[in-house]
Write a protein that binds this ligand. Sequence first.
Ligand SMILES: Cc1ncc(COP(=O)(O)O)c(C=O)c1O
Length: 483
Amino acid sequence: MPITLDDKTVLSSRDDDKGALRELISDTLDAILDSIEDDSAFSGIDPYHLRDEVRSLGFLPEEGKGWEDTMESVRKTILPNMLRTWSPSYMPHLHSPALLESIAAELIIAAFNDSMDSWDQSPAATEIEESMIHGLCSLFGYDEGADGTFTSGGSQSNMSAAIAHRDRYIAERLGWDVKKKGLPPEAARLRMYTSAIAHFSFQKSAHIMGMGYDSVVPLPIDSNARIDIGKAEEIIGRDAEEGYLPFLIIATAGTTDFGSIDDISSLRRIADRYGAYLHVDAAYGSGAIMSGRYRDRLGGISAADSITIDFHKMFLLPISCSAVLVKERKALDCFLIHADYLNREEDEEDGYINLVGKSMQTTRRFDALKVYISFRARGRRGYAKIIDRAIENAAYLYQRIASDEAFIAPVRPELSSVVFALKGGDDLNKRIRRILLSKGIVIGQTVYQSQVMLKFTLLNPALTYEHIDTLIATIKEMAASLE
Ligand SMILES: Cc1ncc(COP(=O)(O)O)c(C=O)c1O
């Protein structure tokens, strides 16, 4: 029997509505599973052809086409051309497959559609988020005074931290209230310092924060793609002498391309010397905290004033899922604003927590549920297996490539990314990546020291050494055939 949506709109206690949802979900699950015919990452369709197919679907019909017709178009045109993040042939970006149980968690999130801004919009969800935030603070070595919030991603986590520290620095140093009065006259002298290969979200943040890209000073990196501490001391010291205001130093624990981890303890020392705050962007590397073998690589992270954690990278949770932790709860006061309809003072007194006061978002997803479900289901040990696998796959790949005459591999991986190039020049490397894409194998491309490089980002725990061997052999054969 076809499902008619006309009289069925939202969930209710009626058997009719429950039955309709059951059928919709069951059809959807069948369509997803039927669409997976092999292990390739992508159909290989070219962009013009795909655009034509998608345009033929139309936009908004006057009369609804109904569920069956709509699902048929999804089955025929959309699902076959989706990117399959779980494929062992997909490894270009910090873009992970989703753990099975976390896909089920998304269903709960969508079905209830609770919103994290106030307790009366998300009772259990607020309590779970608070509980996960406090657990995370302790996992990363913070004490009772710490706090945090879930965000839409690493970019927003980084920006939240930058705003919090800037406002505090200006209040403490210049006696100026940014929230009320905007930027002070000295604003053009504010500076944040981060690796030359740090994520671009800091420049974007600086623009949005009214300070401009020039307020983000890139620090040179060493041969391991980590901030060169000697040069950082020199640059920050010189700026301070010249009257600039170093308010924030940012270490990256897992740079986007290389996965390199900055020396957090040394950067803490420099930050203290100049009265700057220290943020660690661990959007990528935070997953290593779960590993008994590799967590030391995040050494010193608890010395940071704030930490960005992305769960939609190494933790393998569906987009979006990120958190920013702050060592001192009051740092997040920069987002506190009173709205009569949302966060009444008497609520707090009576134990109702309204999380809107800690976040730059108002309506916000219950992403903490995914963390709760996967953490509980797998435990620290279950996660450690996943993270260790990713790190060890990268070590294996690096060792294979670094010992092969055909390749250059400039940086030994600390996490799960390997940047390399085939000897033979930029064009050869670009062509190899394009040909691989058309065959459903998706790898990354970047630039290092003015040279086009290829990149494997190995987040998928299903990837084996055999897959890696086959891939290297395929790339070498391709290169030989192009000579
Ligand atoms: C080191 C680092 N920080 C921040 C981000 C931004 O995270 P998101 O894409 O979740 O906004 C990324 C994204 O890849 C990243 O690699």
